[in-house]
Design a protein around this ligand. Sequence first.
Ligand SMILES: [Zn+2]
Ligand SMILES: [Zn+2]
Length: 131
Amino acid sequence: MDCPGCNVEMAELEGEETTLRRCGECGGLWLDVADLNRLLLHNNLPGLESLGGRVDAEALTGQCPECQVDLVRVDGGDRQHPLHYDTCESCGGIFLESEFKDATDAKVAQQEIVDFFQRFSSRKRKSAAGR
Ligand SMILES: [Zn+2]
Ligand SMILES: [Zn+2]
């Protein structure tokens, strides 16, 4: 499977419960929405649907490497730390761009994904920001 951003073949990172694909070029990660939701729930986060975020219909995204349809950009995070991910409405694939340069094995990658989505939904936890 090719990276939606760079069109180079992504490497597989085998986890215990999830299979991630990582682009060695940009550090982006591709994973299945079912795997992502399992990962989030295991880490006491709500599923992706409940994390919020706004669809940015104007954003230029890559194409889903499986379905060849344009990905949809979803923005989240807060004003100081805006974050986004891309998703395929057809297969539910999730592409996380350029945030994961250190994620060379599945364990590290999974932890970074959990951290990412914690920050992604952080607007709901404003009172904790000063700590
Ligand atoms: Zn890439
Ligand atoms: Zn797709």
